[in-house]
Design a protein around this ligand. Structure first.
Ligand code: ADP
Ligand code: MG
Length: 260
């Protein structure tokens, strides 16, 4: 995004970012000329849990990656806590410290022990104090029931345990916002529950979350709001009962008919 040059020429004034924890305005992202995000707006209030639903390829993962600055947007703005984080002068590492992300495949480093996996970024990227980062990592491992695995290598853990470690790794910088991308999709069915249970605990703690999911039952239970993505935008959103039970957009109805 070449914000400094182009924003001066943009016809509309910069949109009001709103009072929420996260405010996205007019996000655009294309791959090879094909728009995936096409003027997407999204607001997330503090402590809110927002579930992104939509067909495969509708841009859920791309949106989450853009929010964490892992993908550069072509146009639009993202504000976090009122700060314009897509300003090119912003240090992406400082933003990522405030936004944790967890992927479908846990992406733990196989050659590093659980504790080292969790403290790698805090020590190497964020230059945090080792004793403090390790103490926090151990406390979080304890909270998710994995304290005794701190010195284990990832391949000694089940998929559900590895994904819980990945969630702890995203929590260790005390982020303002957690992004969860289909975090149970790669798990055997009997391991899904322990990860969903951890997400429920995070919600109970008041963690603000945006999660992409195919699990409509879980979305209905945990989300305060469901956003249906289609054509690169949020075309319908509202409380889970309303969006899943009485969708007003034909495309939402069509999507739900196919998957439920
Ligand atoms: P979802 O998570 O909703 O399934 P994605 O965000 O993964 O959707 O993908 C949206 C579209 O963007 C898909 O057509 C996908 O092939 C394309 N896409 C995503 N990432 C890339 C990339 N790095 N390069 C090229 N195309 C991509
Ligand atoms: Mg995806």
């Amino acid at each position: 995004m070449t914000l400094t040059d182009q924003s001066a020429q943009r016809p509309e004034p910069t949109p009001d970012p709103g009072p929420g924890l996260l405010a996205c305005r007019g996000l655009r992202k294309s791959f090879a000329g094909r728009p995936v995000l096409d003027g997407l707006d999204l607001d997330v209030a503090e402590h809110e849990v927002v579930a992104l639903i939509g067909a495969s390829g509708s841009g859920k993962s791309t949106l989450l990656r853009c929010l964490n600055l892992l993908e550069e947007i072509d146009d639009g703005t993202i504000h976090l806590d009122g700060e314009h984080i897509t300003d090119p002068r912003i240090d992406p590492d400082l933003v990522r410290r405030r936004i944790g992300i967890v992927f479908q495949s846990y992406n733990l480093f196989p050659h590093l022990r659980v504790l080292e996996n969790i403290t790698l970024a805090p020590l190497r990227v964020h230059r945090r104090d080792r004793a403090e980062a390790e103490a926090q990592a151990r406390e979080l491992l304890d909270r998710v029931g994995l304290a005794e695995h701190a010195q284990a290598y990832p391949d000694r853990l089940s998929g559900g345990q590895q994904q819980r470690v990945a969630i702890v790794r995203a929590l260790v910088n005390s982020p303002r916002l957690m992004l969860l991308d289909e975090v149970t999709s790669a798990l055997d069915p009997e391991l899904v529950g322990e990860v969903l249970s951890l997400i429920r605990d995070l919600k109970a703690d008041g963690m603000t979350m945006v999660l992409a999911t195919h699990e409509m039952g879980f979305a209905r239970e945990v989300a305060d709001r469901i956003c249906f993505l289609d054509g690169g935008r949020v075309i319908e959103q509202g409380p889970p009962e309303r969006v899943l039970g009485e969708p007003t957009e034909p495309r939402t109805r069509q999507f739900l008919r196919r998957i439920i």
